[in-house]
Design a protein around this ligand. Structure first.
Ligand code: ADP
Ligand code: MG
Length: 248
C-alpha cells in the first residue's frame, strides 16, 4: 500500500485552547477513512489543518511525501454548507476556480465542468443557478467543483448535515461511487451506517485526540473503548425506532 497522507504529531492551539493534540495518522492511496466523534472534538479542525486552511501549531502534514500547501490542488475539501457562488450557474461554479486558479482556458474549463457535473448526475442542470437547485443537488455541484481540480485526496466535512434524509441519500450515493472509483477520502459524518459501509477504517475523536483508529469492524461492530461505546449507543438510541418497529 502506498502512503498518500501522513500526519505527524499534529498540534493546533488557539490562545491557550488546545484544539488538536499530538495526532499521528497515515492514509494509503485508495483508502476511505471515516471520522466520527462528538461535536467540538476537533474533526473539522483536523480536516482544515490537512487542507492547509488552518495553521498548525506543531507537527506536519505531507501528501505524497511533500508538505501540503493550500492552492497546490493536492487536497480538495467539501463543506457542509456547499459554499457555491449564488450568481453563477452550476457549470460556472465548477469552471470558475479552474479558470482563476489554474488559468485553464474558457472552453476547456467549460468542457471539464460538463464532465464533472455528468459524473455527479447533474449534466441536465448545468445552466441552473444554485437557488433553483435542491440542497442535495447543490452539494453535488460542490463535489463536482472539488473533483474538477483533480485532487489526490478529498476531505468531506459533514457533507449531508444540512440536508433532509432523502437528499442525504443522493449525496451519499455520489460519495460511495467515488470510493468505488478508488479515490482517497476522509469523511466526517454522523451517518454511521454510511461510514460503516463505505469506509475501510474509522477514527473516533474526542477532545482533540484520536481515541480509536481501527478497522470499521473494530470501531462499529466490536468497540472496546468505553467512550466510543457510549457515543455509538447514543446514536443507536436515536435510530432504534426502525428496529423496534420491525420487531413488532
Ligand atoms: N479558530 C478557532 N478559534 C478558537 N477555537 C476554535 C477555532 N476553531 C475551532 N475551535 C474550537 O476547537 C474545538 C474543535 O472544533 P471543531 O474542529 O469545529 O470540532 P468538530 O468539527 O468536531 O465539531 C471546539 O472547541 C471549537 O470551539
Ligand atoms: Mg465540525
Amino acid at each position: 500500500m502506498t502512503e498518500l497522507l501522513r500526519v505527524t504529531r499534529l498540534e493546533r492551539r488557539v490562545g491557550d485552547h488546545e484544539i488538536l493534540r499530538n495526532i499521528d495518522l497515515s492514509v494509503a492511496r485508495g483508502e476511505v477513512l471515516g471520522i466520527i466523534g462528538p461535536s467540538g472534538s476537533g474533526k473539522s479542525s483536523l480536516l482544515r489543518c490537512i487542507a492547509g486552511l488552518d495553521p498548525l501549531s506543531g507537527g506536519s502534514v505531507t501528501v505524497e511525501g511533500k508538505l501540503a500547501r493550500p492552492g497546490d490542488g493536492a487536497v480538495g475539501m467539501v463543506f457542509q454548507n456547499f459554499a457555491l457562488w449564488p450568481h453563477l450557474s452550476a457549470e460556472e461554479n465548477v469552471a470558475m476556480p479552474l479558470r482563476v486558479a489554474r488559468k485553464t482556458g474558457r472552453e476547456e474549463a467549460r468542457a471539464i465542468a460538463r464532465r464533472m457535473l455528468d459524473r455527479v448526475g447533474l449534466a441536465a442542470l448545468a445552466e441552473r443557478k444554485p437557488a433553483t437547485l435542491s440542497g442535495g443537488q447543490q452539494q453535488r455541484v460542490a463535489i463536482a467543483r472539488t473533483l474538477a481540480a483533480r485532487p489526490r485526496l478529498i476531505l468531506f466535512d459533514e457533507p449531508t448535515a444540512s440536508l433532509d434524509p432523502e437528499l442525504t441519500t443522493e449525496v451519499l450515493d455520489v460519495i460511495r461511487d467515488l470510493a468505488r472509483e478508488g479515490l482517497t477520502m476522509l469523511v466526517v459524518s454522523h451517518e454511521m451506517g454510511f461510514i460503516a459501509g463505505v469506509a475501510t477504517r474509522a477514527l473516533f475523536m474526542e477532545a482533540g485526540r484520536v481515541l480509536v483508529d481501527g478497522s470499521t469492524a473494530e470501531v462499529f461492530t466490536h468497540p472496546r473503548e468505553d467512550r466510543l461505546r457510549r457515543f455509538l449507543d447514543s446514536y443507536l438510541s436515536r435510530v432504534a425506532w426502525r428496529a423496534a418497529e420491525a420487531a413488532q
